[in-house]
Design a binder for this molecule. Structure first.
Ligand code: WTA
Length: 661
């Protein structure tokens, strides 16, 4: 484990919950044979699932792994992703079924049936065409959580173009680097969105992004602006267009053309271990196959009767796979909510569940822990008896939060599926199957049928059961990332070089218990997980040293009771600078990081220190900083060049913590 730090595993086995017979009787999957049938021939299993989709040209090939790690799935087949999410449901007679119940944060509500959503997407596809978007072009989407965001994504997909959704909380600089990397020719945004009772403006950030680096040309020809909040925004003649003015001029007919299964569907940027975000590329047929299979079966979806709600923002992979593509491909009725769970008060989510009769609810442990803190009385004010299944994603869920989720939100009735996956995996990889699995709080449990994982040591040898190791995926899967946009070498180096080209290294530690259930132990690389959002230590360090007063910086993810981890930074100020004092540094630098990357990256604490702990070869020992930040005894310091450094730092941290207590 030397390169990846010591993996500690804390077994926390307790009570387990077998599936209840009533649930099993109606479950989509209740025959355990699915596991061995899929394992016997995973490619045939996935091909069978792929045939559930509508193909304009049926495929004859499944997996092609002749050039690892660059996979293709169903490559000679052709389909239209947008057609699969919309037209086919309308053609099947389900045009009147609600696709999206939208609730804005201020309380405005609209619903779109499948027929209405299709109508909007067709007009939007014609609008994008009129702006010159064609197959293969990249479209950046920087939007709040409103139906137009899904419409924009589906319209882009309908044309065989590629979207790059950038989370609305990212800064102008982060947005610009993503626009540049993908060479987006169109940006779709909104005047703003509602968050915590206020307008968070988006269009001004797009303007700022496009004005950065004057003298350097950018790729953007047009900015299409959805009106949501009616706040004042600047308009650039010729470049900017109002969505609502353009869309009404568009023809409501649009025929969806089939595109090859490997046509790029989207790029989604995610943090890695270096400062530069990676543009994870997903393609069409394999991606849609696995997101729809997992959405239908792990959540036990009954499209005719369920009301599904996933609280993730479309700016992240969960929003792509389990707000847009999975649920719509399955013809589900879902809730989409714009705002935060505490606006106007902590009853908001539960009120929404009651209003729409939500039956399947999918959220993140951070949110559950935040609700636990506020107390069960906020939940108990509402009637949540419609719920029948709960899901969790984004970070390990601690058994206490799991039990609270089950008892308080699910009234002890609803199975919980804890789903492990990543931006790179595209779809869920490890989870319980609710009609089959004996649930174990805190464990993500077992690989999805057709998926093979292995927990190994640094050399790639399988570790003994109950021992911690590295989580790897042993076979290609349909929704796997195809490459890093513009950087195939980095794709190989990051994921496929630790144990060779046939073993995908996920970056997570894990252990398998005596029953064969998997426990996720957090990241083993320099990626942090803050409220289920991925951030890289290197990216925040480079934002810090970009400040004129900072000489050096080191960032760690320290344990946090609510957000899982929190960003803690250690900085050395330049000796000659006069801009910040050790007292003002914390505030100034927190703002600097938020401005540079986005508010999600704002450190919880910043400590000004005289030195950083380094090995004799000059490598910063983040493990020791993490010990200090978490208020633990400092670990082994013998490899440090200067052993006094760490005691100075931990004294600083302790003094700070006790002054704030
Ligand atoms: C973590 C989010 C434990 C993990 C879908 C992974 C989890 C990273 C779980 C991916 C889970 C996600 N249990 N850890 N159920 N789900 N993670 O790309 O560290 O934003 O590598 O995808 O989140 O984050 P990403």
């Amino acid at each position: 484990m030397s390169d990846h730090g010591v993996i500690e595993s804390h077994p926390t086995e307790g009570e387990t919950f077998p599936p209840n017979p009533e649930f099993v009787a109606q479950a989509n999957v209740s025959d355990p044979a699915v596991y061995w049938k899929a394992a016997e021939n995973p490619e045939a299993f996935w091909a069978e699932q792929a045939r559930e989709l509508h193909w304009t040209k049926p495929f004859t090939q499944d997996l092609d792994w002749s050039n690892p790690p660059f996979a293709t799935w169903f490559a000679d087949g052709e389909l239209n992703v947008s057609y699969n999410c919309l037209d086919r449901h309308v053609i099947a007679g389900n045009g009147d079924r609600v696709a999206i119940h939208f609730e804005g944060e201020p309380g405005d509500r609209t619903s779109y049936t499948y027929a209405e959503l299709l109508h909007e997407v067709k007009r939007a596809a014609n609008l994008l065409t009129s702006l010159g978007v064609t197959r293969g072009d990249r479209v950046a989407i920087y939007m709040p959580m409103i139906p137009e965001t899904a419409i924009a994504m589906l319209a882009t997909a309908r044309l065989g173009a590629t979207h790059s959704v950038v989370f609305g909380g990212f800064s102008a600089e982060s947005l610009r680097s993503r626009i540049d990397d993908a060479e987006a020719k169109l940006v779709i945004t909104a005047d703003g969105g509602w968050r915590k009772g206020r307008v968070s403006s988006l269009k001004p950030t797009v303007d700022a992004a496009l004005e950065l680096h004057p003298g350097e040309a950018h790729s953007v020809e047009h900015v299409l602006v959805v009106r949501r909040t009616e706040n004042e925004i600047a308009f650039h003649e010729g470049r900017d267009l109002w969505w609502h003015e353009e869309i009404v001029r568009m023809d409501a007919e649009h025929t969806a053309e089939g595109f090859p299964a490997e046509n790029p569907l989207f790029i989604l940027y995610t943090s890695g271990t270096t400062g530069k975000p990676k543009g994870i590329l997903h393609t069409s047929g394999g991606y849609l196959t696995q997101v729809s299979y997992t959405h239908k079966n792990l959540f036990d979806l009954k499209p005719e009767s369920d009301v599904y709600w996933c609280t993730a923002d479309v700016g992240w992979i969960t929003g792509h796979s389990y707000v847009v593509y999975g649920p719509l491909a399955n013809g589900a009725t879902q809730v989409m909510y714009e705002g935060t769970p505490d606006t106007p008060d902590w009853g908001r989510w539960w009120e929404i569940i009651e209003r729409y009769g939500v039956t399947i609810f999918y959220t993140a442990p951070t949110a559950i822990r935040a609700c636990m803190k506020v107390g069960r009385q906020e939940v108990e004010k509402y009637d949540l008896s419609s719920l029948r299944l709960l899901g969790s994603v984004g970070e390990p869920i601690n058994p206490e939060a799991w039990i609270w989720y089950r008892d308080v939100v699910g009234s002890g009735r609803c199975p919980i599926v804890d789903t492990w996956w990543q931006t790179e995996t595209g779809a869920i990889m490890i989870s319980a199957l609710p009609g089959l699995t004996r649930l174990k709080p805190g464990s993500a449990q077992v690989p999805v049928p057709g998926i093979t994982v292995s927990v190994v040591d640094d050399q790639g040898n399988r570790v003994d059961r109950t021992q911690g190791g590295l989580l790897t995926i042993q076979r290609p899967w349909p929704s796997m990332a195809r490459t890093i946009w513009g950087d195939p070498e980095r794709f190989v180096d990051t994921y496929w070089s630790t144990h060779g080209v046939n073993s995908y290294f996920a970056g997570d530690g894990a252990r398998v218990d005596d029953d064969g259930d998997l426990w996720l132990l957090g990241r083993v690389d320099d990626v942090m997980n803050i409220s289920g959002h991925r951030l890289s230590t290197a990216e925040i360090e480079s934002a810090l040293v970009d400040h004129t007063s900072v000489a050096e910086a080191a960032v760690v993810g320290a344990h946090d009771d609510t957000t899982g981890q929190a960003v803690v930074a250690f900085v050395i100020l330049k000796s000659q600078q006069t801009e910040v004092t050790p007292e003002s540094a914390e505030d100034v630098l927190k703002k600097h990081v938020a401005g540079h990357i986005g508010a999600i990256a704002r450190p919880r604490q910043i400590f000004v220190v005289p030195e950083l702990p380094k090995t004799r070869s000059g490598k910063i020992m983040r493990r020791l900083l993490k010990d200090a930040a978490e208020g633990r005894e400092i670990g082994d310091v013998t490899t440090l060049a200067d052993t006094v450094v760490m005691s100075t730092i931990s004294e600083r941290v302790r003094a700070e913590l006790s002054s704030k207590a």
